[in-house]
Design a protein around this ligand. Structure first.
Ligand code: CTP
Length: 469
């Protein structure tokens, strides 16, 4: 089999290799993706010889000034437009990017392929003039690609020992590409799951995020749970699993429900953080669970507990502690509010409060709340969705009228201090809060004149007089 290598870059690498009198191949993901018609930005080149020298020669020919050389890893990288090209010499030993062990080069192409993670990633396409584009697949990688199978080229235990991250990678590729993991390979993951502990959390999360971004994330997350990998890096998620039964009363399995919500939101959005919000929306349930003889199982306040847990989870998993964290906390904390509006008569005041608290996240929150409906009763689902339409309509009307979404109360704390000659103190905060509440409750219009009149009135009730006027 041959793949099309139309880009001029490949011709240049071919020429550079022949000038250095070495052989060069495109390997790994690029070849795999070219065959299955998937877009791939990064190119990995293996040289049977020095990868670093080949990179320098290619850069020279393309007049590229910057060659990033990683001596310890025996690799070099150049960037051509927005394409990253990594060069490495063929290796005899394990293909480890993050190991401190010295890299052993001077292997043959076959040695190098043997030390890669999966047969579908061990494909190489020749860059020699005489067989340009011909695919070399020593372990039936082409058949595995066609039959959609993830399998290690060596005994799974050897491949996974070389780099235990590969256990998660197997599941990531299965979830991303919709492939099956061959049974011996899958068994070996369960047996060796503990070895994931030696892998850095950053590398694990990189792969986990790819699972979350896959078309149906539950496919990968279920495998992570089943093999025992999930418990190692994300125990809080595993704790959602299980159904308790007291006196014949059961609650639903919150793990299965969560995965269904993540899948449903994934049909609507590719946003990583909205998907994370779905993954964490019920994370507070295990600690909020209570059984009551009359009412059965309750999870009161799980959204508040859950929102509080988000920061620690982000910290442990080295996820960004910036506005992404705030966004997920906001959605987890508010996820029950739209459905609560559906149950009540929808008052303007309740809608204003929701708009104020969700701000810019309101549309994402509505999507999450809709995805949270996982009832098997189709009639119930239809009724909820219809009611959500009413809530959306109401949100639109109130927002158009009151502009609450990005509300900055028309009188600031600074101004309050100036008007009443106050230094920063609790009373300023109280006055500000009362103004905010009055606007949200519809007692005062969201405009300066009305708010000032209201401010004087509530201040007077507290015995505070303005100094100007
Ligand atoms: N590789 C490996 N073991 C790893 C990581 C990578 O053997 N732990 C090899 C595989 O041959 C892989 C190649 O290095 O195809 C490139 O790795 P990477 O860029 O991480 O993955 P891709 O296969 O290119 O897939 P994607 O672009 O989706 O990340």
């Amino acid at each position: 089999m041959k793949i099309q290598l139309d880009d001029n870059i490949f011709k240049t690498i071919s020429l550079a290799a022949s000038q250095l009198n070495i052989k060069a191949y495109v390997v790994g993901g690029f070849v795999r993706d070219a065959i299955i018609g998937r877009n791939s930005k990064d190119i990995d080149i293996v040289a049977v010889g020095s990868g670093i020298e080949l990179a320098r020669e290619v850069a020279n020919m393309l007049n590229i000034k910057k060659v990033a050389v990683y001596k310890n890893f025996g690799t070099a990288q150049i960037k051509v437009h927005d394409i990253d090209i990594e060069f490495v010499g063929a290796r005899k030993e394990s293909y480890q990017r993050n190991s401190r062990k010295p890299i052993v080069e001077n292997g043959s192409l076959a040695d190098d392929q043997l030390r890669r993670d999966f047969t579908i990633n061990a494909l190489a396409a020749s860059l020699s003039k005489k067989d340009f584009g011909t695919v070399l697949a020593p372990f039936n990688g082409l058949d595995d690609l066609q039959n959609r199978i993830i399998r290690t080229p060596l005994e799974p235990i050897i491949t996974f020992n070389d780099d235990p991250l590969r256990m998660i990678r197997a599941i990531r590729f299965a979830s991303q590409l919709g492939f099956d993991i061959e049974s011996e390979t899958y068994k070996a993951i369960s047996v060796n799951a503990e070895r994931l502990k030696i892998v850095s959390i950053e590398r694990i999360i990189d792969e986990f995020n790819k699972i979350i971004l896959s078309p149906k994330p539950s496919v990968g997350i279920e495998m992570l749970e089943e093999t025992g990998l999930l418990a190692i890096f994300f125990p809080q998620l595993v704790q959602l699993k299980g159904v308790e039964n007291i006196e014949g009363k059961m609650h639903k399995d919150n793990f299965a429900h969560t995965l269904q919500v993540v899948d449903q939101i994934s049909l609507q959005s590719n946003d990583l953080w909205l998907r994370w919000s779905a993954l964490l929306h019920d994370i507070g349930k295990p600690t909020s669970k209570h059984y009551n003889k009359e009412t059965g199982w309750t999870f009161h306040g799980h959204e508040v507990t859950g929102a509080k847990m988000v920061e620690e989870i982000f910290r442990n998993l080295r996820l960004p502690l910036n506005e992404k964290l705030k966004y997920v906390q906001n959605l987890v904390g508010l996820h029950l509010r739209p459905i609560a509006l559906v149950h009540e008569v929808v008052t303007d005041s309740a809608v204003r409060r929701l708009l104020f608290e969700a701000g810019e996240n309101i549309e994402d929150l509505m999507q999450l709340a809709e995805a949270d409906i996982t009832s098997k009763n189709e009639k119930k689902v239809q009724l909820y969705l219809k009611n959500f339409k009413t809530v959306r309509q109401k949100l639109k009307e109130v927002e158009a009228k009151d502009k609450i979404r990005n509300m900055q109360p028309p009188v600031s704390g600074k101004e309050i201090m100036k008007i009443f000659n106050l230094t920063p103190c609790k009373i300023v905060g109280d006055l500000k809060n009362e103004i905010k509440d009055a606007i949200l409750d519809g007692l005062v219009a969201n405009e300066r004149g009305a708010v000032l009149i209201y401010l004087f009135k509530i201040a007077k009730d507290k015995g505070i007089e303005p100094i100007i006027l």
